[in-house]
Structures are given as C-alpha cells and as structure tokens.
Design a protein around this ligand. Structure first.
Ligand code: GLC
Length: 549
C-alpha cells in the first residue's frame, strides 16, 4: 500500500468524502511531462502543490478523480479499456501511479480512479476470446444474440453515441451489444464470472492504495434478462426516462439487479476502509438516481447529480433543482454538485454572456462550494477556462466525428498554466488538442498573484469552506427572496451561515429575517467584510456573499 499521511477518522467524524472538494483531471490534458503532447501521471505529480500544498496559496482541493489511465486503443480516449490492471504507456507506468498516490497522500490529497465496468475495449483479451467462437468459455462474458428473423439486430436498442446498439460479427454470425461505440462491447453482468472478475479489479487497485473510484455509466451495467425492445413514448404522457434516441429506456439500463452488484462493491470498500465510490448514474429522474444510495449506507457512497449541467442561468431554476435533491435524497446519503465535466460544454461557456465577464463563474462557484453536498470541480474551471474552438481536421472525439455540434473536444483542451509556449502544458511543438486562443489572458501564472482573479476567489472560497462546519456539515434551508436571487441558510450546532447569490446583472436588495450579520466572503474582493444590518441588504450585480448570522 502506498505511503500515506492521511489521518484516520475518529468514530463520530463524517467520512472524508462528505467534506472533500473533488477535482476532476482529464489526464490527457492536465500536464505533459515527457514532451509527447499528451498529459500524463508524472505531469500531475509535478502540479500537486498547485492543487493543495496545505496552505491557502494553493487551490486546496482534497481529492482528485483521474479519467481512465488503463491501457486502451483510445477509440473513446480510455473509456475503452484493454487491460484493467495496468497503466497505458502514454500516461506512464504503475510506478508513476504509485509515486503520484504517495505524493498526493503526503499532501492529504486522495486519489480516485475511473472504473469502466459496463464495457471493455473490443481489443481486450476477454472480448477477443469471446468473439472467437460461440462455444468459447468467454462467449457469455458479453451479450451475443442471433439476428432477428429479418436478419436485423435482435432488438431496438440504440447506442448512446448514435445508431443501433448491436454490431453483426461475421466470424460467428451473431450480433454483440454495445451501449456506446462498436469498439466498446458491453459485458454481461448476468454471468457471475464477470461479476467476480470486476471485483478482483476493484480489489487490485484498493490494495495498491487508491482511495476509490468514479464508476462510469453504472446504471447501464445490467440489462433486461429477456432483452426486450424498449417501448416508444406514449403521446401526451410524461416519460422521465426518455433521454436519448426517443425511446423509453425501460430495458437497456437501470435494472433492479444492478443494486445487488453495488451492495457487494460497497462491502469491499467498507472492508478496506476510508475508500469511496462515486457513480455516474446517467439518469434524469433524481428519485431513480437516489435509489443508487440504497438505504444511504449499503450502496454508493456518492452518486453524480448532473442537474446543474442542464440548468439555465436563473436563480429560481437553481433553487428548484437544489430543493428537489433535498426532498428526494435518502437522509443518510450525501448529495453531489457538478457544474462542468469532460462530457459537456464548460459552464463558463454555457453561462457567460459577454457583458458579465466572469461574474457568473464566481456566483456559480460560490453556490457549488456552499451547498449541502460534495462538490466536483473540473480542471481549469478555477481559472475560468472556456470551451476551445476545434478545427474540423483536429476533431478527436468519436462523438464529435459523428455529430460535430455535440463533440466533446472543446471542453478537453489543455490546461492553461501560463501565456507562453502551449500554455506551459507541454514542451512538444503542439498538444494533442489545440489550445484555447484565450490562454494568454486566462492562465494560472497571470491569476495566481492577482488577488482579484477568479483563481484567487476559488482559493478563498475553498479554504473558507474547510474552516466552516456550517458549510461542510450543516443543514440546508432555502429562504424566499427577491427575484433573481437564491438565498439559503446552512446550520451546524450553533454556527449559521447565510449564502446570498444575485443572478442578475443589476443590484438586488434583500429583506432578510436577521437583524445583522457579518460578511465573511464575497465574490467581490473589494466588498468590505464585517457587520452589516440585514433588514435591507443590497447585493451588487452578479455578486454572491456568505455571511455569519
Ligand atoms: C461516460 C463517460 C464518457 C464516455 C462514456 C462511455 O459517460 O463520461 O466520457 O464516453 O461513458 O464510456
């Protein structure tokens, strides 16, 4: 097990992942250490002090989620794994990972890996065997079926990335199932040997000292035993599970048997202790997502809540999203909040209207870091990175190649460390994806010594959060407030913090049910901290504050 400096939790203390700020690193794009234009593990190790050196001069994040680092032919950039217990040479070696974990742990930073259990690469040894013959002992590790009577696919299931979810294999005359690319065949979790094999993979990495996993499309793992076709939505009826391909996804995801597998994984995590798992439950309905927590103790410790990815810049809408989560989450389970990730346009690109500059990004960050839940940041959001512009000839993402409008390269451009050669990301002539043209203005070097920068604001907010139990442990209660504002109270023991966010580009005056309060943090570094009367309190345009009340 890697060297660790992490304190062991006292019995009554909450688990670390309830209070942590997570930071997603898209490994290819964070820092290249060997000059091949692709980010790698040693590059991340070089940047750990930036992420958290134990002082407020660093960002202060508590845990890193690394996107997949396993060997992969990279049809979907690592989400097509060809060997689960090794590191792809483009990212380094197992030794590099051990060093990264040891160095991270010395700084009290945890590291979770991306686990991709729904599908493997078509080049994984398991699939090569499976496709070799209908009688191969691994045939049933994947989902194979005869063609329908008309010679077409066995049912109407669709790939999330477009087209049918089935590909015909000439060698054996059957179709195999793939919820994503044809190069990503789905494993068959109705076969206990597959369940066992994946549990061994989980144990392999936990033994090696990783602090847990982000689990890719966990809701997809188990499919209907009879492989029934998905129904079409009935006209005039609301179907919360129609979310791609115009089908009701009744049979190709979110099957009850998945919970048994997750319960078993939770037991493994608990046996190792101090480990976590955050599931990508890619469903829209929060009630169904919440079910992946089981009773709050026996399934996923954390599940992604992606509601903010589809919320427009509107205070009432954000409040509604949060209140909904507060209503439906099991009391023992911890919500999560996310503004950006490697699959959707960055929130600065989604929310910004040119006239506000980065003001929205500050208000959004303050919200993310003060709600009741575990926040997940996406690399570069702390400096205000926006989506890059990718010329057609440089598109890498398989989704972007099929559907240019929804390609995911723009949110995956290299981290902007400085205004120099390839933004300090690589010594190569160019990076694997083109750099954003804004890197000369938006970068770490420019922002780190500027107390008015977005980066300085993120640091202040994250370090403030760490010291404030009302924020990391407190209850949440929204207050009715002036239009365009979102106001809530967080309480723990005798501590109470009021968070007030103004989504409008004009000032907004609040009437608050408190005599006075002390402003402790504002998105505007020039706002005077200290006591203010609260019967009438005015927020500046696009300002957010935290007050002790
Ligand atoms: C998840 C990942 C995405 C990937 C897909 C297939 O949604 O976040 O990047 O393409 O699963 O593995």
């Amino acid at each position: 097990m890697a060297e660790t400096n992490l304190s062991t939790r006292a019995a009554a203390e909450p688990e670390w992942w309830r209070e942590a700020v997570f930071y997603e690193i898209y490994v290819r794009s964070f820092q290249d250490s060997n000059g091949d234009g692709v980010g790698d593990l040693a590059g991340i190790t070089q940047r750990l002090d930036y992420l958290n050196d134990g002082t407020p001069n660093s960002l202060g994040v508590d845990a890193l989620w690394l996107t997949p680092i396993n060997p992969s032919p990279m049809f979907d950039f690592g989400y097509d794994v060809s060997d689960y217990c090794a590191v792809d040479p483009v990212f380094g070696t197992l030794g590099d990972l051990d060093r990264l974990i040891a160095e991270a742990h010395r700084r009290n930073i945890r590291v979770i890996l991306d686990l991709v259990p729904n599908h493997t690469s078509h080049l994984h040894a398991w699939f090569r065997e499976s496709r070799s013959s209908p009688t191969n002992r691994k045939r049933d590790w994947y989902v194979w079926r005869d063609p329908a009577p008309d010679g077409g696919p066995p049912n109407n299931w669709l790939s999330v990335f477009g087209g049918p979810a089935w590909t015909f294999d000439e060698t054996t005359g059957q179709f195999y199932l793939h919820s994503f690319l044809a190069e990503q065949p789905d494993l068959n979790y109705r076969n206990p040997a597959v369940v066992d094999a994946v549990e061994h993979i989980i144990e392999f990495w936990l033994d090696r000292g990783v602090d847990g996993f982000r689990v890719d499309v966990i809701h997809k793992m188990v499919k209907d035993a009879l492989l029934r076709s998905n129904p079409k939505p009935e006209p005039d009826k609301e179907h919360p599970i129609v979310h791609y391909g115009g089908q009701v996804h009744a049979y190709d995801e979110d099957q009850p048997e998945v919970h048994e597998i997750i319960r078993s994984w939770r037991q493994i995590l608990d046996r190792f202790g101090e480990r976590t798992m955050v599931g990508e439950v890619g469903l829209y309905d929060p009630v169904r997502i919440a079910a992946y927590h089981g009773n709050g103790h026996d399934e996923l410790p954390l599940a992604f809540n992606f509601r903010f990815l589809w919320t427009s810049w509107d205070a009432a809408e954000f409040r509604e999203r949060v209140d909904e989560i507060e209503r439906v989450w099991p009391p023992a389970a911890q919500p999560t909040y996310v503004l950006s990730n490697h699959d959707v346009p960055r929130h600065r690109s989604r929310f910004d209207a040119a006239q506000y500059g980065e003001a929205h990004a500050r208000v959004a960050a303050l919200m993310l870091l003060t709600l009741r839940g575990t926040p997940f940041l996406y690399y570069g959001e702390e400096i205000g990175m926006r989506d890059g512009v990718i010329p057609v000839e440089r598109v890498c993402d398989p989704v972007g190649k099929r559907f240019p409008a929804v390609g995911r390269d723009p949110e995956r451009t290299p981290m902007q460390w400085n205004g120099g050669h390839v933004a300090g990301f690589t010594t190569a002539a160019d990076a694997w994806l083109p750099l954003s043209s804004e890197h000369e203005r938006i970068n770490v070097a420019t922002e780190q010594n500027d107390s008015h920068s977005l980066l300085s604001f993120y640091r202040r907010a994250i370090w403030y959060r760490k010291r404030c139990r009302a924020l990391t442990r407190g209850t949440y209660r929204a207050l009715d407030s002036t239009p365009d504002t979102f106001v809530y109270v967080r309480e723990y023991d005798n501590a109470c913090r009021l968070v007030a966010l103004n989504f409008a580009a004009e000032p907004r005056t609040l009437v608050l049910p408190f005599e006075s309060g002390r402003v402790e943090l504002s998105t505007d570094p020039d706002r005077a901290t200290g006591a203010s009367p609260l019967r009438s309190f005015t927020l500046a345009p696009s300002e957010g504050v935290v007050m002790a009340v």
